[in-house]
Design a protein around this ligand. Structure first.
Ligand code: SF4
Length: 327
């Protein structure tokens, strides 16, 4: 690991100023991804700004929603009574992520900002445009069984690894950010980027910007929800495909629906057309199959991830069935 300087911030403004003044600095909170990246030489910050003492760990009602501080732990958030009552889809997605030990360390802000688990990104002997722009994409013609079906480019076909973010995308969350130019709010769908020609940029955050909280608006999606994660072992594995499904039912008729996929794109993949296809229909397998068909329009697989073309629609149907029957 490269030598680095460690500083502990006690004021948000000081942390933001220190980060903005030093292109080689990084914020650190739980460190559950950053430290792995540093040990492997993938990221080599010369300065770590520890933000754990900043007052951003509260989970509280605010206006017509829940405000979850960026430093709230994944485990605390998943067990919070208000989250369980008002956003059970988020709690399910959090509990599907990582392991209990990691959820006890990882923060909500860090979960959003974790980096892809593409193996070429983690091996500094191999080409990777995300780690080293212009070096090429090893996965494009290499082992790409974990990679994207949607929104990729010829520069990068990686997927975003966060489960929590898939639920936040489905729930229309908003990200609160503080930076050198002040505070701003981003729709959750605008936080993460598609790779395009600049896969080295995962998000639309500007240098020095710090996520302070995420807001989850109140919604009707408090009962008929399901987060389905398909992975290669029962825990501590990233999604091959995941589905965040939420239904608002009037009897057996679908009044409103939310759907998002994980493990298929460089960002959580919201399925707006598939959602529209469900509204007004009876909550039947035929309607769910049609939503899955709409959802998969435009999907394109690579040599080793063809299986996702079948797995993803099957997972969508199963997640919707589970959501419809949730008590
Ligand atoms: Fe790197 Fe992206 Fe290609 Fe993986 S898919 S090797 S992260 S450029």
């Amino acid at each position: 690991m490269n030598p680095f300087q460690y500083v502990r911030a006690t004021k948000a403004r000081a942390a933001i100023d220190a980060r903005a003044a030093d292109a080689n600095a990084q914020f650190i909170a739980g460190g559950t991804n950053l430290l792995d990246l540093m040990k492997r030489g993938v990221m080599t910050p010369q300065r770590l700004i520890d933000i754990n003492r900043l007052p951003f760990d509260r989970i509280e009602r605010q206006g017509t929603g829940l405000r979850i501080g960026a430093l709230a732990l994944n485990s605390t958030t998943a067990e919070d009574r208000q989250v369980l009552e008002r956003a059970p889809l988020l709690a399910q997605a959090l509990n599907a992520g990582a392991s209990a030990q990691l959820r006890n360390m990882a923060t909500v802000g860090g979960n959003m900002l974790q980096r892809t688990r593409c193996p070429y990104f983690y091996d500094t002997a191999l080409p990777c445009n995300k780690r080293e722009p212009g070096s090429g994409c090893g996965a494009l013609e290499g082992i790409n069984r974990m990679h994207a079906l949607f929104g990729f480019s010829d520069k990068c076909i990686a997927v975003h690894p966060s489960d929590m973010s898939v639920a936040l995308a489905a729930l229309d969350a908003t990200v609160l950010v503080s930076g050198p130019k002040g505070e701003r709010r981003l729709a959750f769908g605008d936080l993460h980027r598609l790779p395009g020609d600049t896969p080295e940029r995962d998000t639309n955050l500007e240098p020095g910007e710090l996520i302070t909280a995420v807001e989850v608006p109140d919604s009707a999606f408090t009962r008929h929800v399901h987060y389905l994660k398909v992975r290669e072992r029962a825990s501590y594995a990233f999604a091959l495909v995941s589905v965040a499904a939420a239904l608002s039912l009037d009897g057996t008729t679908i009044k409103d629906a939310r759907l998002a996929l994980g493990g298929v794109a460089h960002k959580p993949w919201r399925l707006l057309d598939a959602e529209k296809s469900l509204i007004g229909k009876p909550a039947t397998e035929a309607a769910f199959q049609e939503a899955a068909r709409v959802a998969m329009q435009g999907a394109k697989a690579f040599k080793h991830n063809q299986y996702k073309l079948k797995l993803a629609p099957n997972a969508i149907v199963q997640a919707l069935k589970n959501a419809a029957s949730a008590a």
